[in-house]
Design a protein around this ligand. Structure first.
Ligand code: GDP
Ligand code: MG
Length: 227
């Protein structure tokens, strides 16, 4: 079992706490979630392709991001940083570029795995951040890019699988243009999509979302998903 500390960073209200709740407890609240005190949660996954299990220790801020007052302890021994922005708030993406990315680079080991989560993807009709631009930025800084929604769950499993894979294998490829490796990734994505199907259908029912709308979302996701 590998231990992996993950920190979630980004502006207030982008959905960091919600992403963790969805991933760890499969819950979602529409009210803003105030995190009191330092908070972390655990989740273990098994990555078939590496035949390894990873225990994620996922750290949430306690609102210090608002005052830019995260301490060194927060970053200490982190193996993965997930930088989150809200696709409906351009400023939250700008702050990733202008502030959060540098914070991670200045406070963490060189080999930290960095991912950018474009959260609230369910609100794509009012998006302010061009996804291609964000994807290109992520590529330029060597970060994994995934569109997520804590509300309808999309992208979250993929996000953690991707950071876990890169944590195990620094050469793990998560780009559209990664040649032959992509074929393996595509195959693996297909297998995993099939595995997840039933779970997804349950989620849809549970959350009472219109299947039609989610299908639309899924198509967007498939089009944009890379390996
Ligand atoms: P944090 O400050 O970054 O931890 O953000 P929160 O997790 O507290 O979320 C802030 C607000 O955004 C809450 O009202 C959430 O319900 C909402 N929210 C979080 N994620 C999503 C999402 O994926 N889609 C939508 N529509 N709302 C979200
Ligand atoms: Mg929070």
């Amino acid at each position: 079992m590998l231990n992996c500390k993950v920190v979630l960073l980004g502006e207030t209200s982008v959905g960091k706490t919600s992403l963790i709740s969805r991933y760890v407890n499969n819950t979602f609240e529409t009210n803003s979630l105030t995190t009191t005190g330092a908070s972390y949660a655990y989740k273990t996954i098994h990555l078939k392709q590496y035949n390894k299990s990873i225990k994620f220790e996922i750290w949430d801020t306690a609102g210090q991001e608002r005052y830019r007052s995260l301490t060194k302890i927060f970053y200490k021994n982190a193996s993965v940083a997930i930088l989150c922005y809200d696709i409906t708030k351009k400023g939250s993406f700008n702050e990733i570029k202008n502030y959060w990315f540098n914070q991670v680079k200045n406070n963490s080991p060189n080999d930290i795995v960095i991912a950018i989560a474009a959260n609230k993807s369910d609100l794509y009709e009012i998006e302010e951040v061009n996804e291609e631009e964000a994807r290109n930025y992520a590529k330029s800084v060597g970060a994994i890019f995934i569109a997520t929604s804590a509300m309808n769950s999309s992208g979250i499993e993929d996000l953690f699988k991707a950071v876990g894979s890169k944590f195990i294998d620094p050469n793990y490829c998560f780009e559209d243009d990664c040649g032959d490796d992509k074929k393996d990734c595509d195959k693996q994505n297909n297998d995993e999509n099939n595995d997840n199907k039933t779970q997804k259908e349950d989620d849809y029912k549970k959350n009472n979302f219109k299947l039609e709308k989610d299908n639309k979302n899924d198509k967007r996701k498939k089009k944009k998903k890379c390996c």
